[in-house]
Write a protein that binds this ligand. Structure first.
Ligand code: ADP
Ligand code: MG
Length: 599
């Protein structure tokens, strides 16, 4: 906290002093451009670097902010303290629209939607001449009068730069808070984020809105910088340059945008005489930074200071361990059901292009019991898990949660009701630490919202502290406290399985669905996982356990359902199932096939 104030004071002093160092109007104009571009790049970094959504149309939001403020102040005579927020607001609203239109689009498809958006805005700016003046532009866009009269260059620089500093502080708070953590989480695994209760659609929209609002704010400042505004500034090229600013500096870092912005704002001036080649030069920078500095300039520099970084990680780990509270019990991570029957599935069916992966399966899962789901590979177990957790919508049949119909409910809704799960193919947030993975699991229990993140309020910090302590307690129960500050992807496989269970327990489930939790784990780890499941059952949890490890299944399960070719072939206690000739046949048949194909 203290350090942050010192840095902020230094930055403010630097902003104040820069014009005195080199008082040329050209330099100060460049500083203005840098500050307003920085605001845009900050927002784009949040979207691309944190939530992993690529925008190739950010010039569109920049343009909407510029015309929104430029036109309302010129034509309607609105004062700037109204028109500038209005410009940012228009951009924010269109950000929400673009996000809504592209919810189902990912990767290259999302990039196409944003390109299309940028192109539409560019065409409007260019062709709707009666409003925008097209390439000839509009003149007489007012300049702000800060201290009465028309503001001079330096005053306007101060305005933009101090707003940029405020935006930086706000974005730094957002990134350092649950907001940034959630964006990073669904940027890495949407499905895992959903199953701990994150409504990924709404969060994507939120990321777009914040990002577009910042682009619009930068655009609004741009509109008033020169007193005129034409459509040449809002091309696809601008979108690319903004992206170069994010990527060259380093996506997903805080220092990256400032470095990147400096590069993209300064280089065109340095290379003014090579103007014709500037896009090629930027392309070269982009490629070079992707190849040689995959983490950007900021990431590259931090590699140099790795020693410092390691020291910091060790200190953080020590801090985390000092936090361990004595009072945490695994039992605190169990929600008791309102009735003994937690979830039931009736005649579930799932078709994959003619293949019936699940065919008429009935299931009834009770609290305080472990229900096994076994069967040969490809018999439909994971598909059943995906159906009841809301990942797939059944082709036919229904799902009931404590008497309520929940067929087709999204995974985050099932999580809110009390169902969460792990994955056969691990779905950790690999670039988050173990502790952060668990903190994302607490998503639904956090109360503080956006303003708490933005201003890093006392209430938010206290809440965060409380959940950190709980996360550390949960991790130490699972023997993972020593790894709390490691990146999840750096853990051994068996430990990753345990982290996924820890994250699921943070949801405080009524029903925990485990899809092959012991796959790839060592025998001591399997022992640990078995013990944990046993203790959870004793605490009242309902567990659906998909597993191949027969010892584990026989030891833990109260009831077992056996699938073969998508159909239920047997159900009962472990002893009943073990002696059922149909089960023996299904497994033997499977092994014969496996043996005959050399498995
Ligand atoms: P299990 O978990 O029991 O090994 P799965 O539920 O993963 O089995 O798969 C059951 C069958 O459904 C398999 O034949 C598999 O190839 C098929 N299947 C599973 N998921 C899909 C999918 N998303 N698209 C097409 N086929 C699928
Ligand atoms: Mg499976």
């Amino acid at each position: 906290m203290k350090g942050q104030w010192i840095y902020t004071g230094l930055a403010a002093a630097g902003i104040w002093l820069l014009p005195y160092l080199y008082p040329s109007s050209y330099f100060i104009h460049t500083l203005q451009s840098l500050a307003l571009t920085y605001i845009v790049v900050l927002g784009l970094n949040l979207l691309v670097g944190y939530s992993g959504q690529l925008s190739l149309g950010h010039a569109g939001f920049f343009a909407l902010g510029a015309y929104g403020s430029g036109l309302t102040s010129t034509i309607l005579g609105l004062p700037l303290w109204v028109s500038i927020p209005f410009g940012a607001g228009i951009a924010a609203v269109s950000g929400a629209l673009v996000a809504l239109l592209s919810l189902r689009a990912r990767g290259p498809y999302l990039a196409m939607v944003t390109i299309a958006f940028g192109a539409i805005v560019e065409i409007l700016a260019n062709r709707w001449v009666s409003l925008t003046g097209g390439p000839a532009g509009i003149y007489g866009v007012p300049k702000p009068a800060l201290f009465g009269g028309t503001s001079n260059l330096v005053e306007y620089y101060y305005l933009v730069a101090f707003v940029a500093l405020a935006c930086h502080l706000g974005v730094a708070n957002l990134i350092g808070s649950r907001f940034g953590r959630t964006l990073k989480a669904f940027g890495q695994s949407e499905i895992a984020a959903e199953t701990v209760g994150v409504n990924v659609r709404s969060w994507k929209i939120a990321a777009f809105v914040v990002s577009a609002a910042l682009a619009g704010l930068g655009g609004a400042f741009f509109a008033h910088q020169n007193g005129y505004l034409n459509s040449d500034n809002f091309t696809f090229e601008t979108s690319i340059l903004l992206l170069v600013g994010v990527i060259a500096g380093g996506t997903g870092t805080l220092a990256g945008p400032l470095l990147g912005t400096t590069i993209v704002s300064m280089l065109p001036k340095l290379f003014a005489s090579f103007y014709d080649y500037h896009l090629a030069i930027f392309g070269g920078i982009l490629l070079a930074s992707l190849v040689f500095l995959p983490e950007g300039l900021a990431g590259g520099l931090s590699q140099l200071f790795r020693r410092v970084g390691t020291g910091q990680a060790i200190r953080q780990a020590a801090e985390v361990q000092a936090e361990v509270p004595g009072s945490f019990h695994l039992l605190e991570s169990v929600r008791t059901a309102a009735s003994p029957a937690v979830l039931s599935a009736q005649d579930l069916e799932m078709d994959f292009d003619g293949l019936k992966a699940v065919n008429g399966v009935n299931l009834s899962l009770m609290s305080k019991s472990v229900h096994g789901l076994i069967g040969p590979n490809g018999s439909g177990k994971s598909t059943v898990v995906n159906l009841i957790s809301g990942v797939y919508r059944p082709s036919a049949g229904g799902i009931t949660w404590v008497g309520q119909d929940v067929t087709g409910a999204a995974p985050h809704r099932m999580a809110a009701l009390g169902l969460t799960r792990t994955f056969q193919n691990l779905q950790l947030f690999g670039d988050l630490t173990v502790l952060e993975n668990v903190l994302v699991g607490f998503h639904l229990q956090y109360r503080q919202g956006f303003l708490g993140f933005l201003f890093n309020t006392w209430a938010y910090r206290r809440e965060e502290q409380e959940f950190r302590a709980r996360a550390v307690g949960l991790l130490s129960e699972l023997g993972l406290a020593g790894m709390a500050s490691e990146l999840a992807k750096n853990l051994p496989y068996g430990k990753q399985r345990l982290v996924e269970i820890a994250r699921a327990l943070a949801v405080k489930p009524t029903l925990l669905v485990l899809d092959e939790p012991a796959a790839g784990a060592s025998s001591p780890e399997i022992r640990e996982i078995t013990d944990v499941i046993g203790r959870l059952r004793a605490a009242g949890l309902a567990v659906l356990l998909v597993e191949h490890h027969m010892e584990m299944v026989m030891e833990l399960c109260d009831q077992i359902t056996v699938l073969d070719f998508g159909e239920k072939i047997s159900e009962g206690t472990p002893v009943q199932v073990k002696n059922d000739p149909k089960v023996v046949e299904a497994y033997l048949g499977g092994e014969e096939v496996a043996a005959s194909v050399g498995g």
